[in-house]
Design a protein around this ligand. Sequence first.
Ligand code: 4AD
Ligand code: MG
Length: 465
Amino acid sequence: MTDERDLPRTRVAAALAADPGRRLRIQGWVRTVRRSKGVVFFEINDGSCLANLQAVVGADDETFEAAAALATGAAVDVTGLLAESPARGQRVELRPDRITRVGAAAPDFPLQKKRHSFEFLRTIAHLRVRTNTFGAVFRVRSALAHATHRFFHERGFVYVHTPILTSSDTEGAGELFRVTTLDLANVPVRDGAVDDAADFFGRAAYLTVSGQLCAEALALGLSDVYTFGPTFRAENSNTSRHASEFWMIEPEMAFCDLAGDCDLAEAYVKALLADVLEGCTEDMAFFDKRIAPGLLERLEHVRDSAFERMTYAEAVAALERSGAAFEYPVGFGRPLQAEHERWLTEKHVGRPIFVVDWPKEIKAFYMRRNDDGHTVAAMDLLVPGVGELIGGSQREERADVLEAAIAEAGLDPTAYAWYVDLRRYGSAPHSGFGLGFERLVMYVTGMANIRDVIPFPRTPRSCPY
Ligand code: 4AD
Ligand code: MG
């Protein structure tokens, strides 16, 4: 007789879809235990899907004692017969003949009751993955990452890896985390300032805010590339849509203008929606029911309809005409605040909208100067519920115009010499964008806080784990 322990593991998702009559081995965590009339019911979840597999043990079964001793949170390894379930709402259940409690859960296991606030769950981020909501969020997050790679791969984009440690400030916004091995209790000083030359790299180094500048170099040789990596911003904004560490997808295309950039962004977002709506039906139905009623209908509508496009000047005019009471003033030359973005996409057009051609003063130095002399070929994609999901632009490909913009922005030209080189050796019009991955997960799941779509969030004054 073969040892039951040699039976390969079946994931709960596969067990729930399998035909009754098979012997299966399941490994997972006990979600609930119920005792009634000499029968023990317990549900096992292993993260493969939202639903649990119910196990039923009768008083006469030799596993009864082991089942009765189980408590919520325990890790178990169970072998048994998959049987047709008489209960409503499930096709099959497990009739265990071996139950091994691999790891007991101490009686103070914090996930005993059914519902907890997201605020509380953030304080136990190492355990919250064992709830329905967070299991679903992280599965959809994974599906979106796969859909991203599939989308770009199918279009012939090359996946490139750009540096995480960097010496340049891509966005020129000064929101950099410095990385140093200097002795902070005894910082070397030269001419009244930190002696960067004494630091690890012989110069100041930072965590990257964006892989864009290096992605541009790679696109001007590989044609179409994309990055998918972590980015860091020391932005002191404690909002529901800002994280200090977040993931960004940045495609960059040679021989592409702003209109082509918007086309790619629209196709990409729609492909992502189509993928999760088709592939994550159980989790998406859960978000629709429990987190954001109407979500499925909204996303299906967005998947199937054209995104709106308008210029920044038109957007500002619409905001001025709106008669809405905004906290921040509206006017040409001012950045759009979250409330303005939300009004435009939610109230004004009711679907995603590209805002293009922004005043150069409120955008990054690398964006291509338009012929009017005062706007740049920039685009932001605004989506309902989230606001800005994507920021992108056509890049300035003319060396002299770029050098002037670098000087105007007060940036150190020597630090950007290599970047100007790209315009001196075979320059070509090129465009790209950055999609904030956590904002995407928020948009797709309806989760309202960025802290609840990344496993271990980092925000100002908060870096546990
Ligand atoms: O608009 P941003 O700053 O654009 C760039 O970084 C460009 N270099 C991208 C490019 O053209 N390759 O950031 C891009 C996106 C935003 O639209 C937003 O979705 C997200 O990144 N983002 C953040 N997400 C979470 N927390 C933050 N603090 C974020 N800052 C930006
Ligand atoms: Mg932006």
